[in-house]
Design a protein around this ligand. Structure first.
Ligand SMILES: Cc1cc2nc3c(=O)[nH]c(=O)nc-3n(C[C@H](O)[C@H](O)[C@H](O)COP(=O)(O)OP(=O)(O)OC[C@H]3O[C@@H](n4cnc5c(N)ncnc54)[C@H](O)[C@@H]3O)c2cc1C
Length: 178
């Protein structure tokens, strides 16, 4: 669309400033509800913080540490929705949580936290965490320091990789659809 069409054409219902993951998501939602949406981006879509992020759709495990169960539930619900509606963008990924000499939490605390998280995440589309023996951890992650796994080590499915650029592009295209 040209600048002339933009200024003299049909008015927009919403103008989104910034085409990061949030702007694109908002544009997509607004367009899906039948609004005429314009988006202004200073550099490039998905170029800001979105491009620099780890691109994980985490299920809110870290909020559990602060006792914010409501936020954990919300994160789990959102992740589950993304897993269902965007299976081509978001896939479950296992992470290692190795016990290292400088790990802040003792093993028992980690295990209780993960068990509580598993309960909250029940039926949310990701498998439960698994406890790993030191030997198994070595086999799966030989790059970890030799002290890793002392005491206990676990894996958690708390993360989901997101191809933010594709997500942005997809949202942008959906947002600009008539
Ligand atoms: C190192 C790191 C790792 C992270 N890892 C994760 C993670 O794994 N999972 C997770 O959920 N979150 C993660 N985050 C947080 C996440 O990246 C941000 O919350 C998210 O990207 C913010 O998106 P946004 O759309 O609000 O902002 P941005 O992505 O920064 O988008 C803002 C856009 O607005 C544009 N803009 C600014 N001013 C104007 C203007 N005046 N006119 C037009 N356009 C303008 C910018 O060019 C930019 O493209 C991480 C963040 C960092 C820094």
């Amino acid at each position: 669309m040209t600048l002339d069409e933009l200024t003299n054409g049909e008015p927009f219902d919403a103008v989104i400033i910034g085409g990061g993951i949030n702007g694109c998501g908002i544009a997509e939602e607004a367009a899906a509800r039948g609004l005429r949406v314009a988006m202004c981006e200073a550099t490039d879509f998905g170029f800001g913080t979105t491009w620099r992020s780890t691109k994980l759709i985490h299920g809110g495990l870290r909020y559990l540490e602060h006792g914010d169960v409501r936020l954990v539930r919300e994160s789990l619900r959102e992740r589950s929705w993304l897993l269902q509606t965007r299976p081509y963008l978001v896939t479950p990924q296992r992470l290692f949580l190795p016990m290292l000499p400088w790990t802040r939490r003792p093993g028992w605390q980690l295990r209780i936290g993960l068990a509580a998280y598993d309960l909250l995440a029940l039926y949310r589309g990701v498998p439960k965490h698994r406890a790993l023996r030191r030997e198994k951890l070595r086999e799966l992650a030989p790059y970890l320091p030799g002290s890793a796994g002392a005491g206990s080590a676990s894996t958690t499915p708390a993360s989901t990789p997101l191809n933010a650029s594709r997500s942005n592009l997809r949202s942008r295209l959906a947002g600009s659809a008539p």
